[in-house]
Design a protein around this ligand. Structure first.
Ligand SMILES: [Zn+2]
Ligand SMILES: [Zn+2]
Length: 273
């Protein structure tokens, strides 16, 4: 249930999946999200706008400039560490991420590139990490469990993907243990996403998220907690995720987002591997 009462400090020091108004169905600026993070005692915020066909039907590099000028964002902004990310759509059963196969011939000014690059290569040049999620599951509808499992594993194998996004909400069945063990081996994170507990997604989604969290605890796979906030108001509000983790006695050493230091250590290790 959404509350307007001023909440206490966030139970986790990091909120690593949030959106700005660049995502089009989100409403706050990065400055507003950072200000809210500061208010909630968040040490580190990850801004991860949609990098997918939700942004533009034209697939032109000019529609993705938001991700290409991240250098102007302060790394430390009013006492909050700001990480630069994307939430990228998984687009096929091979686990490819949006734009991987889209060749670009020219940059945002129209000047031709010396050699051929893809939209993904250009947009991801400046990002710290990606959250890989499924929003449109049409391509999975006739897939076998082996195929969807491989899909998630391959997405996690992308060097810049750090977090498997809301797999409990995507509604695509997969072999949980295989994917969670792959995440553990790769040093990557499985997301437990506050937005997945919104009433609109129903109890099936809650149950799926709970099962994923329980199995992460049993297998020793690290998780990333996030709000998936689409408005600054929701940054740092983890009521359902915090309650779930407490209820199942989730081991705190497997919560990568508990401290900024801990998250950065996981990030460094995963990106350097
Ligand atoms: Zn969204
Ligand atoms: Zn999101």
């Amino acid at each position: 249930m959404r509350s307007n009462v001023t909440p206490g400090p966030s139970p986790f020091a990091c909120d690593v999946h949030t959106h700005t108004l660049f995502s089009r169905h989100a409403y706050s600026t990065i400055g507003e999200c950072v200000a809210e993070a500061r208010l909630r005692g968040i040490e580190l915020i990850g801004s991860t706008d949609h990098y997918s066909c939700m942004i533009s039907p034209t697939l032109h590099v000019r529609d993705y400039q938001h991700f290409m000028n991240f250098d102007v964002w302060p790394r430390m902004w009013d006492g909050v560490q700001v990480m630069r990310g994307v939430e990228a759509d998984i687009v096929d059963l091979e686990g490819h991420l949006f734009g991987w196969d889209l060749p670009l011939r020219e940059g945002i000014t129209g000047k031709a590139f010396a050699s051929e690059v893809t939209l993904k290569q250009i947009v991801w040049r400046n990002i710290d990490y990606a959250v890989a999620s499924i929003h449109d599951d049409d391509f999975t509808l006739d897939a076998t469990l082996a195929q969807t499992t491989d899909m998630y594993v391959h997405a996690l194998e992308d060097p810049r993907v750090l977090i498997l996004g809301h797999s409990g909400r995507a509604g695509v069945p997969f072999d949980l243990d295989t994917v969670l063990l792959a995440a553990r081996e790769l040093g990557k994170l499985v997301e437990i996403n506050e937005h997945s507990f919104a009433t609109q997604y129903g109890t099936g989604c809650r149950d799926a998220c709970r099962r994923i969290a329980e199995r992460c605890a049993e297998l020793g796979t690290m998780i990333a907690t996030s709000t998936d906030a689409h408005i600054a108001h929701d940054v740092g509000r983890f009521d359902n995720v915090a309650a779930l983790l407490e209820e199942i006695h989730f081991p705190s050493e497997l919560v990568a987002t508990k401290t900024a230091r801990g998250f950065l250590d996981v990030w460094h290790a995963a990106m350097d591997a």
